[in-house]
Design a protein around this ligand. Sequence first.
Ligand SMILES: [Zn+2]
Length: 457
Amino acid sequence: MTVVRRNKVSNKKVNVKLEKQSRIGDSGRVKKETGRRKIKREPLDTIAVKQEEFSEEDLKNLKLLGLTISKFRTRCSRLLKGFEQKPESVQFEIPTTDLKRKPKLRYRPPNGTILDISKLDFDRPLEDQIELSDVYFLHHAITYSKRVVMVIGAGVSVGAGIPDFRSSNGLFQGLATKSSGSGKNLFDYNVFRSDGSIKKFESMIHKLYTLSNECDPTYYHHMIDKISEQGRLLRLYTQNIDCLDVQLPHLKTKIPLTFHKPYPKCIQLHGNIQLMNCSKCRYITQLNETFFKKAPNTEGRRLIVRCPECQEMNKVRDIAGKRLQNEGILRPRIVLYNEFHPDGEIIGSITESDIKSRPDCLIVTGTTLKIPGVRRLVKEMARSVHANKGYVIWVNIDPPTQSIVDYVEYFDLLVIGSCQMVPGLVSLYDYVYKPKKRRRKVNTKVETLKSEKIRVA
Ligand SMILES: [Zn+2]
């Protein structure tokens, strides 16, 4: 095959013979095919087809997609390029954005649209598996929103190796007995009523504490951290006590929370497994392995002990001849069921301030919203986000129950599948499928979306 090119110096026409392994690059210049460009992935190899190899049906499909052969080729070469230049670290990084300009949203899925990514295979073209228009919306929300509010639950940490509380192989399993009922009871305030249940509680805390130290933050945690680094995270509300989130550099929290602004980026709704505190004098100390070893004078208990600070105080009072006071209990700084939330009031005022800051995106991830307080927070936040024409997205392995859908009212998109796929999906879309700036002039984006609709019809 030969093509005609102009010599840049003499401006004369020259015939350039294309060798078998050459191809015309995006810039129009002839590029030598290097070994690095060859991709061994099976489904993608079939993309590099010649024009005469398109069957009539293929051409019809292309027409339906609103693509010409050359457009299709460009897209494929970008797809190949995307896979080629994908070191592990880049693949899961969300794209950096220009904060000054937020592109106009060109497509909003109908309320409650489901985007099922549970069986998504990144090695196959996305358009064969899911609706690209929904991915466009997800990408737009995560990449361009300026005041993102995230609400996360145990589902986000499952990818790190910390079991979910409610699932069949979750933390509660193996702890449930006839006497203690379901394992959930171990997270109930009544656990402190008997020595037997305290011992079980201690072993569960030990398990969780060890896991928390051994496990690393997941891709999804890193994605949230990246959004925060870009200055676009308004707040992360976490129900997790494993501290995988707060150990990231841009998701720090403050303990205890105070009414002083600015509030920390991450709000731990249910406490923190790494800390112990006294229920009476608010003394806080770091939890460590020594708490799990038997110590003298602790009535056989290891973890749940009398507060040393309160004891010290009583000694002083004793010397001063004052009446002794009740001593508090030093226990893990986590909020149990049926327990008054020590930071409830502060969290309430932080939520209120966030709603006033006009958030433009709410992403609820890895939680079933079983806790009434969190459910209310999501509802109020979702209403505020929608009032600002923002985006409300649900990400979980299961869709929300009907009662949750009815209660929250606004869910633009329900992403069903592992949340760990989301960063990869967004970056892949950004890299491969997002229409280029040059093409935006001819409204390719709208064209693509239209063609998506045709496919649905
Ligand atoms: Zn105390």
